[in-house]
Design a protein around this ligand. Structure first.
Ligand code: ADP
Ligand code: MG
Length: 344
């Protein structure tokens, strides 16, 4: 659908060169929501702007449905861009125009009649839940309502793709969830492919199908959202995930927890069905190990449970090791966080 091939983007200002993108290649799948996460300065916004050639890559190719954008005339590119909607962190609405007029703006020159435009705007207002605000001005709206206008405007020309640049970063958590739900609905019901950039893992986990972790202009890690959440490989990915699973706080807390020589603190992580099996009680019964749960966090991502537990096992060394072996055999990731035999 959207194919980026070896995109390099170098900015030059006052003799200083910044390599914002370094050989970035990726194939965005049609109908999916792909999240791109990275810290500030990673090159996310540059990347998004390269997708519709608002930013011209220094080298590399952008293909949309197999058509290389660089090969298009200005007129063809303008037509192509109409099929790519964009939404922004600060909404970018026109302050002096009503909600209705803001949504109407991209329909200028569309060849639609006044009546058709009116019909389209009303459909969009209905879709984003702002029918009663059509004559309001942006200053009279909440942040969430402003972003709904931004979304309606982005959808005006019935795009195949929507690019979201930190679309929820200026919103409170509750409003963020409602905007993400709206984007999911648009993806599901209208089949719009969405590329969403953010620095928050909580945004990614709500709606994305796949994820790119970006660092210094590169793809550091990418894959299916469940694979990455259950088995992150790169340190930066683990760091982003620790905000979701609270790992840092748990590890800090554990540092001050004293344990006995016959105890170990173990992290267990699992995906899906493992949650339905009574593994903990089986361990107590079969291996004579007492297991107590210190922390538990279960996230539901795309209807799949991803669990992270921190448990304390107490018993004979051999029995604890057998328990760990048994869990690993049942596809539960295990990691000894603290070992009483070593700390005392
Ligand atoms: P992100 O969106 O991940 O924060 P950006 O794409 O905005 O990252 O920026 C990537 C790098 O490119 C940064 O070092 C930034 O300072 C630089 N950069 C972005 N836009 C420009 C520009 N127009 N001119 C010069 N440097 C830029
Ligand atoms: Mg940015």
């Amino acid at each position: 659908m959207i194919e980026l091939r070896n995109i390099i983007k170098t900015y030059e200002t006052k003799g200083q060169k910044v390599e914002a993108l370094k050989e970035f290649s990726f194939n965005f799948k049609k109908g999916e929501i792909t999240g791109i996460i990275g810290y500030s300065g990673a090159g996310k916004s540059t990347l998004l702007r390269c997708i519709n050639l608002l930013e011209i890559p220094s080298s590399g190719e952008v293909l949309i449905n197999g058509v290389e954008l660089n090969s298009l005339t200005q007129k063809e590119l303008r037509e192509k861009r109409k099929k790519i909607g964009m939404i922004f962190q600060h909404f970018n609405l026109m302050k002096s125009r009503t909600v209705y007029k803001n949504i109407a703006y991209p329909l200028k020159g569309s060849g639609l009649s006044k009546v058709e435009i009116d019909k389209r705007i009303n459909e969009l207002l209905e879709l984003v839940g702002l029918k009663d605000k059509k004559n309001s001005y942006p200053s009279q709206l909440s942040g969430g309502q402003k972003q709904r206008v931004g979304i309606a405007r982005a959808l005006a020309n019935k795009p195949d793709i929507i690019l979201c640049d930190e679309a929820t970063s200026a919103l409170d958590p509750e409003t963020t969830v409602s905007i993400l739900k709206l984007l999911k609905k648009i993806n599901k019901e209208l089949g719009v492919t969405i590329v969403l950039i953010t620095h928050q893992m909580n945004v990614i986990k709500e709606i994305c199908d796949s994820l790119i972790v970006m660092k210094d202009g590169f793809v550091k890690e990418e894959g299916d959202i469940i694979d990455i959440f259950s088995n992150p490989k790169e340190a930066i990915t683990k760091k982003f995930l620790s905000s979701v699973f609270n790992n840092d706080k748990i590890y800090n807390y554990l540092e001050n927890v004293a344990i006995k020589t016959n105890e170990k603190v173990i992290k267990l992580a699992y995906v899906g069905n493992a949650a339905e099996e009574a593994y903990i009680s089986k361990i107590s019964r079969n291996f004579n190990v007492d297991a107590s749960i210190l922390f538990g966090n279960i996230e539901i991502i795309k209807e799949t449970a991803i669990g992270n537990l921190v448990v304390k096992f107490k018993g004979l060394e051999e029995n604890i090791l057998n328990s760990i072996h048994y869990l690993s055999q049942n596809n539960i990731y295990t990691e000894v966080l603290k070992d009483g035999r070593k700390t005392i």
